[in-house]
Design a binder for this molecule. Structure first.
Ligand SMILES: [Mg+2]
Length: 89
């Protein structure tokens, strides 16, 4: 089965490596993550808002795709941290 993360017979794509790198960096910078659902999701939504800002900047203000990519990876990393927290409960 082929997915965005690679397929069963090959190693993960660089895409998955980027996500893991963003996740590890986030955990180093902020080892603790909120346990209550509102605060944990709020952090993810904040990152999604930053991605939206970068998208707006690309359209209207000469923004960069690299910056958008970074904020999308932050959003994914915080979504994974949310999943980690709810799985711990
Ligand atoms: Mg960010």
């Amino acid at each position: 089965m082929i997915t965005k993360f690679g397929n069963e017979s090959t190693k993960p794509t660089p895409f998955a490596t980027e996500i893991l790198k963003a996740l590890n960096e986030a955990k180093q910078i902020h080892p603790e993550y909120p346990k209550d659902p509102v605060h944990m999701v709020a952090i993810m939504v904040e990152e999604a808002g930053e991605a939206m800002q970068e998208a707006n900047d690309i359209l209207w203000d000469h923004g960069s795709v690299d910056n958008l990519r970074t904020e999308l990876l932050h959003t994914i990393a915080t979504a994974i941290r949310c999943l980690d927290q709810i799985d711990e409960e």
